[in-house]
Design a protein around this ligand. Sequence first.
Ligand code: ADP
Ligand code: ADP
Length: 221
Amino acid sequence: MSILSTEQLTKQYGAEPNIVKALDSVSISIEPGEFVAIIGTSGSGKSTLLNMLGGLDRPTSGTVKVDNYELGKLRDEDLTVFRRQRIGFIFQNYNLVPILNVYENIVMPIQLDGKKPDTQFIKEIAALLGLEKKLHNMPNTLSGGQQQRVAIARALASKPAIILADEPTGNLDSKTSDEVIELLKVTSQKFHQTIVMITHNPEIAARADRTIHIEDGRIAQ
Ligand code: ADP
Ligand code: ADP
């Protein structure tokens, strides 16, 4: 059974006569534990698709299912809780909080959720990502690759079943990109996570188990 799926997913922006169809009847199905890359050129609809999969935005029509929940049926408040509990997000620009140190950044979503971080688990993740000596550092003292590893640690910290990554290597050189993708693969296998990653880079996409091509808002064969 799929962990993440869409049916006839359509998203339009704007109003007549200036409608942009960012997604047009997209149906995809992702199995638990899969590492899927979504590849397409700029403006093809990748971010829109990822935002819909993560419940960050609502479709114009069609459905998104996570586990067996149809996201469109959840109220905004419930959707927020659902997202926090099941989905970890990773972004191109890392989105770290500059005034918090590495440890504080990693545990921030858990604290926002009103929970106490599992310190042992946080240390385990930090060690896996080579961050054990950086926990007291501020983000601006880290390289781009290190900052992205902090963002990965933050995404993993709440033990989500699904990781959604939007151009996670977009700001990294190719060697660092390779390392970051390898770490994503290792941690997702260790924690039985499903990863959906957006990229416009075919070499990065080739590291995934499966690639979905998107072109002008449609799945390309
Ligand atoms: P990608 O991530 O592949 O670059 P996007 O999903 O960001 O593509 O965009 C798909 C299309 O939707 C583009 O034509 C883009 O200009 C348009 N678009 C995206 N977000 C908005 C928005 N908030 N308002 C209007 N148009 C948008
Ligand atoms: P708990 O109360 O859950 O035992 P602590 O606050 O004692 O957690 O922290 C346990 C460990 O986590 C500390 O020894 C330290 O290594 C790390 N840690 C906690 N807070 C920070 C922080 N703000 N910056 C860096 N590391 C921290």
